[in-house]
Design a protein around this ligand. Sequence first.
Ligand SMILES: [Ca+2]
Ligand SMILES: [Ca+2]
Length: 489
Amino acid sequence: MNLILVSLVFFYVAGRAGAQSIDLITDASQSKVTGDGLNVVTTGSTAKFTIRAMDQTNTPRTAGGDLFIVDVTGTATFSPSVVDMLDGTYVCEYTPIVSGSYVASVVLAQSGGLQGLYYENVWFFEPVVRQNVDPQINFQWGNGYITASAQDFVSIRWTGRIKTQFAEVYTFALTSDDGVKLYVDGRPIIDKWDSFTNDTLGTIALQANRLYSIKIEYKEVTNTAYMQMYWMSERTPKSIVPSTVLYYETNVYQSPFEFIVQPGSVVSTSCVANGAGLQVATAGKASQFTIKSVDQFGNSRGVGGDSFSVHIYSKEPLKRPDQGSTVDNTDSSYSVEYTTFIAGEVVLSVLQVIAGGIAATYYTSASMNSGTAIAARDSLDIKNSAVTIDYTSAGALVVTFAAARSYSVRWKGLLLPELDQIFTFTVGKRTPFQWENVTLYLDNYEILTTGNGNLEYTGTIDLRKSFFMILRLCTKLESQYQLFLEVPK
Ligand SMILES: [Ca+2]
Ligand SMILES: [Ca+2]
């Protein structure tokens, strides 16, 4: 009976010891990326995603300290920084500026060596026969086995990161039999692929306290085999590169991620026009040019759907501008054709058309060309609806200022008539408000100008449907104020 009792106690203790020895660490393959920052991405917009660190039992980690690295390659290459939130999550934010196709690798870097992939041929041909984190690159195989079954005709690729301590020129020294190549930070540092080397040096200037990518390719052909990597710098004595500065990388769940960066919305000041029709035209004959639609960074929009309006002015003020017709080629290019009957020097303007209102600039003086131009309309107590021309229904542009101030305003925009006819525009006041010195221009014609008083002013112009008219409305404001512009139906 005593013997049995002793045995039970022994197994009980062994079981406890086993449970306590489980070391919970972050497991990259269980760690996941959440958020759409590698999914729905647009140039100029902040893309964001979170890495959720998990341990081997698929339980969330609750403290920080892990080293996650994000590298993006594709149409452009960049490495957004990752912020440790200290709660087991890591946040990555970036703002792409080049549209295109990308691949993002999201890896956990762990110190202690480089990842080595071993092949039983000298060309890195699959399969990988051995995969191992090698603490150092310091091998003396001699004529012995390099893999389980090969002494000769072997290749090995080590990859990972190397951490610097100083901002210095680092010298790497390789001793190998047979060939070797070394890359640091993506740059070739040593290439002795077709010979063996004894203390071949390569140098690179590196920043302090940074993790640089490192790749070593090695092959053994026949006979003796060895491979050693040393480094040194002004403050780093020559030594085999220690395992404490070598990091191996493991992909998080589903890494690498393929994604598309979409171009942003069209920005007219970045768009370009090209073609013979921008240099010279013959009166009465059609001329052509092409508009290319891009976002704020010059990325081609890729699709059609933008709208442009082309106007050709004479320098004579009372001549109506001619207009071009624009064809959407649906590939972000737009073909323009125009015929002008104006001889002499002309001005050709290409305007991007955005529906829904006209742009306003407010000045802090009554003179419209001095003082500070203000964009913040709300600070002037103007209702948001004030700068919308609803042509088909309400038919009025109404601007209200709540308090007496000294300001001036210029509105500029485009108006799209729906009929061929003579239109009458009216500017007037609404009791008890005042207005002063309002001028309305359409297509460079001065349609009406007012003094200050209580009258309504009207002006007429013959407009053609489906051609955008350039509208400018200027006024100065020196008292409590409401202005309306009647836009005829
Ligand atoms: Ca050998
Ligand atoms: Ca050899």
